[in-house]
Design a protein around this ligand. Structure first.
Ligand SMILES: Nc1ncnc2c1ncn2[C@@H]1O[C@H](COP(=O)(O)OP(=O)(O)O)[C@@H](O)[C@H]1O
Ligand SMILES: [Mg+2]
Length: 164
């Protein structure tokens, strides 16, 4: 499922609608270059989960942030600075699988492991200064259901590129 957004506000709105439809303990992997909007999307997701988007900051230095949301704890990680799986698992990320929501920027090193638990991969790409292409790819039935429910939301505001 692919969307085009034309502002940070629109990306947050998409995140909000996605967050609203997530289930407790969902895992999202956010892939895209610096500035493509990963953290911006997470702000929307956290607000959709009933948390405060103003608490969401980039974890590029802290590596992992935690936010409280109505749906439970949200773990927000940024693995950009880590270059081995050992370093990543020292963060204790996998201990949170099944406990809270886990949102991971720069997840490439552990995609293989995420496959075992199911996850949704989100590809973000800057098309112009203000336009982003955001593609949601579900791995697992639970995530396919999330997309089916998202489709029922009012997504008419987005340029809707295609749906699979
Ligand atoms: N359509 C858009 N969606 C998301 N961010 C956008 C958009 N247009 C402009 N921006 C800007 O791009 C930047 C995205 O930054 P950020 O979310 O931190 O990216 P990342 O986490 O991928 O490095 C922000 O400054 C935001 O205001
Ligand atoms: Mg970021």
């Amino acid at each position: 499922m692919t969307f085009n957004t034309s502002s940070a506000i629109q990306t947050k709105r998409l995140g909000y609608l996605l967050g609203k439809n997530l289930f407790p303990a969902a895992c999202l992997a956010l892939s895209g270059e610096l500035g493509s909007g990963k953290t911006c999307l997470v702000q929307g997701i956290v607000s959709g989960l009933g948390g405060d988007e103003n608490n969401v900051t980039s974890p590029s230095y802290t590596l992992i942030n935690q936010y409280k949301a109505l749906q439970g704890i949200v773990y927000h990680a940024d693995l950009y600075r880590l270059n081995s799986k050992d370093q990543i698992y020292e963060l204790g990320l996998e201990e949170n699988w099944g406990d809270g929501m886990v949102l991971i920027e720069w997840p490439e090193l552990i995609l293989h492991d995420l496959n075992r638990i199911g996850f949704m991969q989100i590809f973000l790409k800057a098309l112009t200064e203000c336009e982003r292409r955001i593609e949601l790819v579900p791995y697992g039935n639970a995530y396919q259901t999330v997309l089916n429910n998202l489709r029922r939301e009012d997504i008419s505001a987005f340029t809707f590129l295609c749906t699979l």
